[in-house]
Write a protein that binds this ligand. Structure first.
Ligand code: SAM
Length: 259
């Protein structure tokens, strides 16, 4: 039990090299992606309602039942829907080498809010992003982010970096011919930025999004080849970062899939 509760905290996740997944939807995602959880803990009711999911887990998964009170004590949510999983971090998809970045990367500068981060990761997966580079900010493997991402963290290769590490990766990506694109709010970027639909989205791209309060760090923004903005009314200074991500990321998908 204390082992499961320790997974609510970064230190526990680091020491155990594992993460805690809560709820039926994440069990379905684990099965769909063919991942190998270490442990499934479920109430007798859940067990009875989901024999097909239990049957679809790898044989090596330890299966345990627990009364709802025990499950609730181990979970990070107030009312977990009857099931928890422990997944070794080694199951998560691995990023490509720094010298060979994929053709569509989302890079996040100090994203703080777990809900924003999870929502962004879900949109990134929907938009065909191949890797996410995270400079500092919220831990993407914390239960809140995992839930908000609807399981996208299980499918997207994530690279956690400090600010210097992200600058180095951006430099390496540019040397490999990727365009680095900074996103800026209309007022600040109006002079230098183009509306996002004018960008050449067919080029291999690293898209940079900034911190909720401070926006993109100066040094990161200075590394960009292009600046794009989502024009909107001056009645608001900016959009929520996860809201801004949707039109930007999905524009590339729209162009690629348009007849
Ligand atoms: C809440 S905004 C940060 C606001 C901050 N005061 C600033 O000046 O950048 C967080 C991030 O969302 C993205 N963003 C928000 N509104 C945007 C817009 N209209 N166009 C492009 N990106 C936007 C940018 O990546 C920005 O760094």
């Amino acid at each position: 039990m204390s082992r499961l509760r320790a997974l609510h905290q970064p230190r526990g996740r680091r020491e155990q090299q594992a993460l805690l997944l809560e709820g039926t939807h994440l069990v379905q995602e684990v099965v769909r992606l063919g991942l190998h959880p270490e442990l499934l803990l479920a109430t007798p009711d859940w067990w009875e309602a989901h024999p097909e999911l239990i049957g679809a887990l790898p044989a090596a998964t330890a299966l345990r039942t627990a009364v709802p009170e025990v499950l609730e004590a181990a979970a990070s949510t107030r009312s977990p829907d009857g099931v928890l999983l422990v997944l070794p971090a080694a199951c998560l998809p691995q990023p490509r080498p720094e010298t060979d970045p994929p053709s569509f990367v989302l890079a996040l500068d100090r994203l703080q809010d777990p809900g924003n981060l999870g929502t962004l990761l879900r949109t990134a997966l929907a938009a065909g992003v191949e890797e996410v580079w995270l400079a500092e900010g919220a831990d993407p493997l914390q239960p809140k982010v995992v839930r908000a991402s609807s399981g996208a963290v299980l499918a997207l290769p994530l690279v956690r970096l400090d600010a210097e590490g992200l600058r180095r990766r951006l430099g390496a990506a540019r040397r490999r011919g990727r365009q680095v694109v900074a996103t800026v709010v209309p007022a600040e970027g109006a002079a230098a930025a183009v509306p996002y639909w004018q960008l050449d989205w067919s080029a291999p791209t690293v898209l940079l999004l900034g911190n909720e309060g401070a926006g993109l760090g100066e040094e990161l923004a200075a590394q960009a080849d292009r600046r794009v903005t989502i024009p909107h009314s001056p009645d608001v200074e900016s959009l929520n970062v996860a809201v801004a991500a949707a039109p930007l990321l999905l524009e590339r998908w729209r162009r690629r899939t348009a007849a």
